[in-house]
Design a protein around this ligand. Sequence first.
Ligand SMILES: Nc1nc2c(ncn2[C@@H]2O[C@H](COP(=O)(O)OP(=O)(O)OP(=O)(O)O)[C@@H](O)[C@H]2O)c(=O)[nH]1
Ligand SMILES: [Mg+2]
Length: 305
Amino acid sequence: MFAKKIKEEKFKSGFVSLIGKPNVGKSTLINKLVGEKITIISPLPQTTRDIIKGIVTFDEAQIVFMDTPGIMDTEEAKTLVDKHIIKEAIKSIEGVDIILLMVNSLPPDEEDKFILQKLKELKKIAFLVINKIDKTNKDYLNELSKIYYNLFPFTEIIPISAKKGTNLSILAGKMIQYLPFHEPYYSSDLITDQPERILVAELIREKIYLLTHQEIPYSTMVKVEEFKERKENLIYIKASIYVEHISQKGILVGKKGKMIKEIGKLARKDIEKHFGCKIYLDLWVRVKKEWRKHTESLKDLGYNI
Ligand SMILES: Nc1nc2c(ncn2[C@@H]2O[C@H](COP(=O)(O)OP(=O)(O)OP(=O)(O)O)[C@@H](O)[C@H]2O)c(=O)[nH]1
Ligand SMILES: [Mg+2]
């Protein structure tokens, strides 16, 4: 049963979808609220590819967050992966109690306006979350709030810094205020519904985003092939990193295997932190030509297409 199940009749619980264009800091906010890295972060746009649930349980409420891939104008979507990303993000909005639209501390651009248009069609409670306020000043924020409010009647407008943790308790309090009375959907010790293999694959993918450049991160897919507890306190994990061209394989492996070793080292540290035990990480780089364009390879690689 739920460890923290108190004030039963007054408990609030619900789903919150976090949407916004790529790179505004959606995954950073979810990790900060959950208190652990459950969804990966990078300075590059389009890091998140699927919807990831992050669960936060308070004494009086439980919020189930859906981290979504950044929404771009569909016209821009060129590959099946891009289309999948947009479809997933928009789908996540149906059936949630609150939508958080996250923007940078900047005036709306065409992409933000595209999302605002989608929001108008939905008729749901929507908060505007202005992120990265550590990089801007207060007067400008008031100005920005007015600009956005003129475009959409947000229920709340909350400036935050996801990275620094500024105003997050205010944001949580406001969300709880608008959640329905309901018993918790998940056990209070659960922080994500992500299967362990997916989380491991994502942590490896995060390091590829961190260490490689240009098209390499976007051409990469990671699949965990084996996950075995070998002895007490040691897990053996075999994972394949798929790329589209042989030249990309060369870059990922690096001179004398330097790059793949570095990716493995950083990923292993994060995976060990998550599982609290030693990890033997066995990484392989493989070529799967144009996997991003073929539905079959996408399914094979674990995309829910
Ligand atoms: N200065 C500053 N940087 C931030 C803040 N929040 C996030 N970032 C940075 O913004 C970048 C993008 O963060 P993510 O959390 O990956 O963004 P996202 O919206 O999930 O991006 P996609 O998954 O690509 O849609 C990272 O480099 C973060 O460290 C913040 O409050 N202040
Ligand atoms: Mg993300």
